[in-house]
Design a protein around this ligand. Sequence first.
Ligand code: TXA
Ligand code: MG
Length: 340
Amino acid sequence: MLQHADSIWAPSTDGMALAVSRLRAGELVGFPTETVYGLGADAANERAIVKLFALKGRPANHPVIVHLAPNADLERWARRIPPAARTVIEKFAPGPLTLILPKSDAVSEVVTGGQKNVGLRFPSHPVAQRLLRDFGGGVAAPSANRFGNVSPTTAQHVADEFGAELPMILDGGPCPIGIESTIVDFTRGAAVLLRPGAISAQQLTEALGYAPLAGTRASPRVSGSLASHYAPKTESRLAKPFDLAAAIRTAAMSGRKVGVLARIAVRPADFDGIWRQAGPESALYARALYAELRLLDAAGVDLILIEEPPPALDWQAINDRLHRATHSGRTPSRAARGSR
Ligand code: TXA
Ligand code: MG
């Protein structure tokens, strides 16, 4: 793991002032949010956005979210704000939520990947809010990882991703939520849930008075919806709790070194790989998830086995990320193998 700690800045007066001046100069700044770290650029500066896409390695037709201070004027960014969007903003903003709205003329299509809609988000993290207030404009930011990689939840993760290519990262400590924001599309009549997150479908249902529709392939392009997103480089598989021990034995028999991300499973006495325990509770699990995946990915194992969480509502966003991280690979479950 490379150390580029000299790019990491405390959010002191000096650190914040430097971050703002870099954004104004069209440079990129890594910064914390309550979900994951973002790779920020001035949303009004097309050249800065082009730089952002280049560093991230993201295709130009994938839109980035514009981050706004709590007191920002939404009308400046969105042409139309349906009542349902206002309800949801009132209830959940600032917070881990992104709204897709029809973009105003002020928003460049470089930001939206050529689309007429823009993703807008009001982060609740104090360092992000201060940066946005001091900067005074919108900050376009994808998660601060190279395209397709696991999102970063610490400043060091961001430094590990970009090294000297990103000279400034504001350090806000580990992200308290740990997985990316819930994305809701308000451009197509009924609200559509494009990406599950900490703000749950159930909470949205209560606020809206109806259940948001599930995103489909006809939805606007969401790069996080590619099957192989959020993925460690090491082959990774899900295993049902009752299949985990057998999956470990099978891998060991073929001489493969195994890393395990367990939830409630107990480490077998003879297990000699890397064992990590992420815990039984969904919010704490989400907070730890990407750091654990990065740790296992860097541990030099041949296979990462992840104990599959229950298909419960509060695990929906986590299960979504785990299925993408494993390319939906899973060890054959007992049910799939039949009753023998
Ligand atoms: O929690 C988060 O949302 C983090 C932090 C940094 O705010 N950001 C984040 O950005 O996850 P990114 O770019 O890694 O993922 C945002 C997703 C992408 O899949 C993108 O395609 C989608 O939001 N998105 C952005 N603007 C959109 C738009 N106008 N229409 C449809 N999808 C959009
Ligand atoms: Mg991302």
